[in-house]
Ligand binder design. Structure first.
Ligand SMILES: Cc1cc2nc3c(=O)[nH]c(=O)nc-3n(C[C@H](O)[C@H](O)[C@H](O)COP(=O)(O)OP(=O)(O)OC[C@H]3O[C@@H](n4cnc5c(N)ncnc54)[C@H](O)[C@@H]3O)c2cc1C
Length: 410
């Protein structure tokens, strides 16, 4: 009889796991808390060779429509001059494009929206997931791919909590068609600005409908800004009616005066070409930046995967790639262990926990100077010093070699 996996979370990590486990002959059902398609979510993401390789090994097509190649990185000064230039190639895609590829490859009937996991029961024979509507589903394995605020992790490892990094990422997308001829060169580049204690990155990605044709692409920007947890963050998360939504807020509820202030500060601090892009952004939104390290990735018949297990700050641009590698490793170990789940999960945890811990540490080092802005200058250490632009330009989002090194044993 086919073995059954219950995948909790139908985002990118859950879909990688679902497709990989289906690929080794398992019967898989995905349970997603949100009521309808997630494709309108997300923004641009950097990809790595390893991500494209996992997608290909799943039997899915990776052609030029997966993203937009960028071959040059530039650092722009406050006055708009290019101060540094670096030749390096990276394929920039979008969250929605990768999601759509994985979602379309998985049978729609086995993907259930509006199912929020609430409890887990385990015994020697398997695992039962209990959902908010009272539904109970039994399987041989439960994959917790339910993101940074994972219910599965919260139930099994309540002590493993995400830690706010001290800054937020302001994000947005602008259509290529809005770029004036004078800014064409910028559009083709991965641009970086480094105001003191901050970091602004922008690069081309697929446009509306995941279109990668010239003229129809989009430009994605991410601006990391120190934001105090106790005062500034709650202020950002408070809507026009005075309600504070916690540590995040739905983008349309961000107050107009906050958006206006961000645009004004962009004019003050960023290169004029980049400030103009921020100005033209219809919906600016922000995400708080977290570190998360789980002490375990496998507990009984539950495997944690993707952001539910480890969250590295986005400077390594590796969340999607990490989730893909976790999923592939899980399926590979299950197959290698001939169905012996205890052995498979122990091997999975050994390999992926090491990877997760190292990548979190690397991303933390890259963002340490932004976090340090909230400390009085007298308390800042050498590790808090802002690295030179050449270093950041080389290191940000480029982890191909590191992934291989991290994957190697030892
Ligand atoms: C500013 C920023 C920039 C980023 N840039 C990049 C980049 O360039 N490259 C890159 O690879 N990654 C990037 N990432 C990271 C990337 O978005 C995530 O790592 C990736 O989506 C991992 O997905 P996941 O499936 O593990 O978790 P998530 O995408 O968070 O998905 C979790 C899913 O579980 C569902 N869920 C939650 N609770 C329950 C429940 N109780 N029951 C059922 N379902 C539930 C949620 O609705 C959600 O759909 C970035 C992230 C941020 C914040």
């Amino acid at each position: 009889m086919k073995r059954r996996a219950l995948v909790i979370g139908g985002s990118i990590g859950g879909l990688f796991a679902a497709n990989a486990l289906r690929g080794i002959g398992w019967d898989v059902t995905v349970f997603e808390r949100v009521e309808d398609d997630l494709a309108s979510r997300g923004a641009g993401i950097g990809t790595h060779e390893e991500l494209r390789a996992v997608i290909q090994r799943l039997g899915l097509t990776v052609d030029e429509t997966i993203g937009v190649w960028v071959h040059t990185r530039v650092c722009l000064e406050r006055d708009g001059r290019v101060s540094h230039r670096l030749a390096t190639s990276q394929l920039q895609s979008s969250w929605a494009r990768v999601y759509r590829l994985l979602k379309d490859a998985f049978p729609a009937a086995d993907y259930r929206f509006g199912m929020a996991l609430e409890r887990i029961e385990q015994d020697a024979g398997g695992v039962t997931a209990i959902f908010a509507d009272g539904t109970r589903c039994r399987g041989d394995l439960l994959v917790g791919a339910d993101g940074v605020h994972s219910t599965a992790r919260g139930l099994l490892l309540p002590e493993a909590q995400p830690r706010y990094a001290g800054y937020v990422a302001w994000r947005g997308l602008v259509d290529e068609a809005t770029f004036p001829p004078a800014d064409r060169e910028i559009f083709e580049c991965y641009s970086m600005c480094f105001p003191e204690g901050e970091m602004m990155l922008s690069y081309p990605v697929p446009g509306r409908g995941n279109d990668t044709r010239p003229g129809r692409r989009a430009y994605n920007h991410i601006w990391y800004r120190p934001t105090d947890f106790h005062e500034a963050l709650p202020r950002l998360c408070t809507d026009a009616s005075g309600r504070c939504h916690g540590i995040s807020i739905p983008p349309p509820l961000i107050r107009p005066e906050i958006t206006a202030r961000i645009k004004a500060e962009a004019r003050e601090l960023l290169a004029p070409q980049i400030a103009a892009i921020v100005e033209r952004t219809e919906q600016i939104f922000f995400q708080s930046v977290f570190d998360l390290e789980s002490p375990r990735m496998a507990l009984g018949r539950v495997a944690l995967l993707g952001d539910a297990a480890f969250v590295a700050r986005p400077h390594v641009g590796a969340g999607v790639t990490k989730a893909a590698l976790d999923a592939e490793c899980l399926a590979r170990e299950i197959q290698a262990a001939g169905g012996d789940l205890d052995t498979a999960l122990a091997c999975y945890e050994r390999e992926r926990r090491l990877f997760g811990a190292r990548i979190v540490a690397r991303a933390r080092r890259l963002g340490a100077y932004i976090e340090a802005q909230l400390k009085p200058p007298s308390e800042r250490t050498e590790a808090d010093r802002q690295p030179p632009p050449e270093y950041l330009m080389r290191e940000i989002g480029t982890i191909n070699l590191d992934i291989r090194a991290l994957t190697a044993p030892g």
